[in-house]
Design a protein around this ligand. Structure first.
Ligand SMILES: [Zn+2]
Length: 163
């Protein structure tokens, strides 16, 4: 998601010369044709008009949702309700009104956690490198296939040596 001058955009497609084209996130609701183009290093190169007013509350709610997700992953020992309570305690009334309901926010926290837990963590040293068993099995099958292919190619070479 991209936030620019109070409007939120969703990535649409890649354009020419590493240009990225973003569509207004209100496209489906208001049929807004607002677009934004960004270049490498995320500088905005083009913005078109929107058919609706900008919503600071909506932008605030989206930023807060991103913060809640970050807290869900970094504070794994805190219960869902504590993360939620800490995140929304200093929020203004209009941002709170733009937030999704509590059940949906709790689900956001649980989803962020389950995604983070399923992904193997990146090791910082070689000693920390631990390959989960299910990944090892794939490597084993792959190396077996490579060996079979190698032996086969060797046999072919032997067979087709011109005498
Ligand atoms: Zn728009």
């Amino acid at each position: 998601m991209l936030i620019h001058e109070g409007f939120t955009y969703i990535f649409e497609r890649n354009g020419q010369d590493s240009k990225r084209i973003w569509r207004c996130s209100d496209y489906t609701r208001t049929k807004c044709k607002g677009r934004c183009h960004t270049r490498k290093n995320n500088t905005v190169s083009f913005v078109s008009e929107h058919n609706h007013a900008l919503s600071h509350a909506k932008v605030g709610a989206k930023l807060l949702k991103a913060e809640i997700k970050k807290a869900a992953i970094s504070e794994t020992s805190s219960p869902t309700s504590v993360i939620l309570a800490n995140s929304v305690k200093n929020v203004s009334v209009d941002v709170a009104a733009a937030l999704p309901n509590i059940r949906s926010l709790k689900r956001t926290i649980q989803m962020a956690r389950s995604i983070a837990l399923e992904m193997p963590q990146s090791p910082s040293t070689l000693e920390e490198l631990e390959i989960p068993e299910e990944y090892m099995r794939v490597c084993y099958v792959f190396s077996l296939l490579c060996n079979v292919r190698y032996v086969f190619s060797q046999l072919c070479i032997v067979r087709y040596v011109p005498s």
